[in-house]
Design a protein around this ligand. Structure first.
Ligand SMILES: [Zn+2]
Length: 127
């Protein structure tokens, strides 16, 4: 998902609104702009359940890394802030629809995961 800068013809990642080469402001059509904004939003699911999220987002390298203590924190950080972009770029999604549907599901699974952990904690602590 790349485009070329209309000023200097350099390849630019599609979610950037400015060319890294010459600083030229790229004109994104509204649909691209909407996608670019979406790709920059933090991934809630990665924050709540990094391992599950990375797997579901098809970021298998980050999934493996998230299983390693300490490196897991790096995976969490990258997942939250760059996860959507990485997943869109490397996930091999058929289309935008499939990608965003999966992102929604993974965010919900993250929330469910926290509830399950909370319930287990509550059970172990008080019951
Ligand atoms: Zn340029």
């Amino acid at each position: 998902m790349n485009q070329t800068c209309t000023s200097c013809q350099r390849e630019v990642e599609a979610w950037n609104e400015k060319c890294g080469g010459c600083g030229f402001t790229l004109e994104l059509v509204p649909d691209d702009l909407r996608k670019a904004r979406y790709l920059r939003t933090p991934a809630l699911g990665a924050l709540l359940f990094t391992q599950g999220w990375a797997f579901g987002a098809r970021l298998y390298f980050w999934f493996l890394l998230s299983l390693v203590p300490v490196f897991g924190l790096i995976a969490l950080f990258v997942g939250v802030f760059f996860g959507r972009r990485l997943s869109w770029k490397y996930g091999g999604w058929a289309d935008w629809e499939e990608f965003t549907n999966r992102m929604k599901i993974m965010d919900l699974i993250g929330v469910a995961w926290i509830f399950i952990l909370g319930a287990i904690y509550f059970y172990a602590r008080f019951v």
